[in-house]
Design a protein around this ligand. Structure first.
Ligand code: TMP
Length: 201
């Protein structure tokens, strides 16, 4: 089983992933917990490049998209594919839906570019995706409390509103895979809502 977790900043992905990890571990699942961009040494280096703020040179939107996919290709080859082949469960903090939400809906890139990259480089999609949804203000306050803001977190609220709409579009298009969780609830409630969708029988 390959499960991804999506949402705008500060919606509580990390907390939910940890809860699900603990729950599955108790049931003797072998689990790989990973994230995008990142998840391998090289992909984490690409992540640093993507998240760091560079005042001398602005990253073009195309470069951002391609770096996301370079990291993803490495991650799929090194971590996701081998784990799934061995029958392990993969919990992945973000995957291709984030590229649609951030690079297409947020930055305004043509979705055809993304479709081409997905067709060429994404060997498989998650079986299940949790979209944690909450008003942008709530999440941004949580992100600010965490400390220094990365290159994405420094974007305006209007950018994240577009990202959120991007996720909504995906959710409406793929209701069988993407499950919306109300992330304004307390973590216990978000977790029990998520449990309803975990069926390993
Ligand atoms: P994180 O905050 O969930 O660790 O993710 C890092 C940032 O990368 C987050 O702001 C969303 C962004 N991102 C994209 O823009 N496109 C992508 O494809 C992925 C995986 C992440």
């Amino acid at each position: 089983m390959f499960i991804s977790f999506e949402g705008t900043e500060g919606v509580g992905k990390t907390t939910l992933i940890q809860r699900i990890y603990a729950y599955l571990e108790q049931q003797n699942h072998q689990i790989v917990l990973t994230r995008e961009p990142g998840g391998t040494v090289m992909a984490e280096q690409i992540r640093s490049l993507l998240l760091s703020v560079n005042h001398q040179e602005q990253m073009s939107h195309d470069t951002e998209l391609l770096l996301m996919y370079a990291a993803r290709a490495q991650h799929l080859a090194q971590v996701i594919e081998p784990a799934l082949r061995q029958g392990q469960t993969v919990l992945c903090d973000r995957f291709t839906d984030a590229s649609f939400a951030y690079q297409c809906a947020g930055r305004g890139l043509n979705p055809e570019k993304l479709a081409l990259l997905n067709e060429s480089f994404v060997s498989r999609m998650p079986h299940l995706t949790f979209w944690l949804d909450a008003p942008i203000e709530i999440g941004m306050n949580r992100a600010r409390e965490r400390g220094a803001l990365d290159r994405f977190e420094q974007e305006k609220l209007s950018f994240f509103e577009k990202v959120r709409l991007g996720y909504e579009t995906l959710w409406q298009k793929h209701p069988e895979r993407i499950k919306r969780l109300d992330a304004t609830q307390i973590p216990d409630q978000v977790f029990s809502e998520a449990l309803q969708y975990l069926n390993f029988n």
